[in-house]
Design a protein around this ligand. Structure first.
Ligand SMILES: NC(=O)c1ccc[n+]([C@@H]2O[C@H](COP(=O)([O-])OP(=O)(O)OC[C@H]3O[C@@H](n4cnc5c(N)ncnc54)[C@H](O)[C@@H]3O)[C@@H](O)[C@H]2O)c1
Length: 260
């Protein structure tokens, strides 16, 4: 057994206490899936910094004891990312986990998609994840390890009506993640994506509570949408010691929607 393998084996056999002592960044952690991941990581003992445009909502999570820090950050702005990542390192000394959850969708028929909507979607969902992964990755390389987890979607592998730019951005995230996994595995860094079906966030509940939602559910083998807590559980798993050999994977959490 190599030294690295023996260390992992010892840590797993000792039943290491979740994410105790880890420092995590969650972009988009003020709302929806990111918010659930922040809560789950904090419950597992991690110190979590929320990086979000919605800084007041993020500060509310800190005040409620659900996160350790809130930083204003626009992932479409490289300077904003640089400042926020530097602030996290200055405060906590390291970054063990990065979750890219900040994202948006602009829907419309392919022939009517505005260039501004295409650009915004690719800028936030894909370029934003690239920019912060690169900056945090440099820190993780210096440290000798880390976990990068990006929220993709079932839209990364199947076509969804009206989701032209969104599908393109999420497919891109899968390709980017595979290259990060390939290049940075040797530094002890893993990079993976999570691809949910519709998730019943506050917005999701509102948007899909109608006949269209019922019809979509019928196409999901498990017959229901996902809960934010189920996506958070997948993120906790990928961030934990037991997932150290999962690298470059897309963990599909879709009730089987994409298997046919
Ligand atoms: N909700 C779903 O059904 C679903 C399904 C599959 C994948 N996803 C993906 O999961 C992720 C989270 O989705 P959600 O439903 O929780 O979304 P949400 O709208 O509830 O939360 C997104 C968060 O990102 C923040 N944000 C948006 N633009 C930002 C920017 N430029 N810089 C920093 N923060 C920014 C928002 O302020 C918000 O707090 C997204 O990447 C989304 O594409 C969602």
């Amino acid at each position: 057994m190599t030294d690295a393998t023996a260390t992992v084996s010892t840590s797993l056999n000792a039943g290491s206490p979740g994410l105790a002592g880890r420092v995590a960044i969650v972009t988009g952690g003020a709302s929806g899936i990111g918010e659930a991941i922040v809560g789950a990581f904090t419950a597992q003992g991690a110190q979590v910094a929320i990086l979000d445009l919605a800084v007041e909502a993020a500060e509310g999570k800190v005040a409620a004891g659900q996160a350790a820090a809130a930083m204003a950050c626009d992932v479409s702005d490289p300077d904003s990312i640089t400042s926020a990542v530097a602030a996290v390192v200055a405060r906590f000394g390291r970054i063990d986990i990065l979750v890219n959850s900040a994202g948006l969708a602009r829907l419309g028929a392919a022939e009517e998609v505005e260039l501004s909507d295409w650009d915004l979607t690719l800028t936030v969902n894909l370029r934003g994840a690239f920019l912060i992964s690169q900056q945090v990755g440099r820190q993780m390389i210096t440290q000798g390890g880390g976990r990068i987890i990006s929220l993709a979607s079932q839209a990364a592998t199947v076509a969804l009506e009206g989701h032209l730019a969104y599908c393109a951005s999420k497919s891109g995230l899968l390709g980017m993640t595979r290259v990060l996994a390939l290049e940075w595995g040797r530094h002890g860094i893993t990079a993976n994506t999570i691809s949910p079906t519709v998730v019943l966030t506050a917005l999701g509940r509102e948007f899909w509570n109608n006949p269209k939602g019922e019809a979509l559910k019928e196409q999901i083998p498990t017959g229901r949408f996902a809960l934010p807590e189920e996506i958070a559980a997948a993120a906790v798993f990928l961030a934990g010691d037991g997932a150290g050999m999962i690298n470059g994977a897309d963990l599909v959490v879709d009730g089987g929607y994409t298997i046919r």
